[in-house]
Design a protein around this ligand. Structure first.
Ligand code: FE2
Length: 195
């Protein structure tokens, strides 16, 4: 018998597969995924399951990859005072659900003309505190960063495909442009495994 939190996750995955099966256009698909993730992020049993997950700064726990639709579900467990450099997720869509703690989501736009391949000028356009239960939808190429203060923060993240197989762009505070391949990825299955 699965723990209730794992059952909530299993039903979440089944619902995402149903949403994909509906054949919606891409923005509508992602609004549907974000809305379903919001429900999971408010599920106390699921949150309790994540309370035991180890902090993994610099790591991305790969929880599930769908064999048919290719979407990937990752978990990020941030320790206190985490701050990612500004970055994008390239061409992929992301629904970023805060499960416990909180994270600060800051958005940027490039204000230079893109002529210099090594340097960019970024302007902050918004910053928002996302408490547990909130889902942030990140469209392709959106430049952003996640940060927290003295709190542990757990996020469950649905991506249109696995990161790591293509370049993402990240930006140092100096504006220097970096090509990155995401965080270290660690298998982290929480669905029933037949045990
Ligand atoms: Fe991100």
């Amino acid at each position: 018998m699965s723990a209730p939190g794992a059952e909530a996750f299993e039903s979440f995955v089944a619902d995402l597969r149903s949403i994909y099966r509906e054949g919606r256009d891409i923005p509508s698909l992602w609004r549907g995924i974000a809305s379903r993730l919001e429900t999971l992020a408010g599920d106390a049993d699921f949150r309790r399951l994540t309370d035991e997950w180890p902090e993994g700064d610099g790591k991305q726990y790969v929880v599930y990859v769908d064999p048919d639709y290719g979407f990937a579900i990752d978990a990020l467990v941030r320790g206190p005072f985490h701050k990612a450099p500004a970055h994008d997720h390239a061409h992929t869509w992301t629904a970023y659900g805060v499960i416990s703690g909180w994270e600060r989501m800051t958005r940027y736009v490039r204000t230079d003309n893109g002529a210099d391949p090594k340097r960019a000028v970024l302007k902050e356009t918004s910053t928002e505190i996302c408490q547990a239960g909130v889902v942030d939808l990140v469209p392709p190429w959106s430049i952003h960063t996640e940060s927290n203060d003295d709190n542990r923060a757990v996020a469950l993240v649905v991506r249109s495909e696995n990161l790591g197989g293509f370049d993402q762009t990240a930006y140092r505070d100096s504006g220097e442009i970096m090509k990155v391949r995401g965080l270290e990825r660690i298998e982290f299955p929480i669905l029933r495994t037949g045990a």
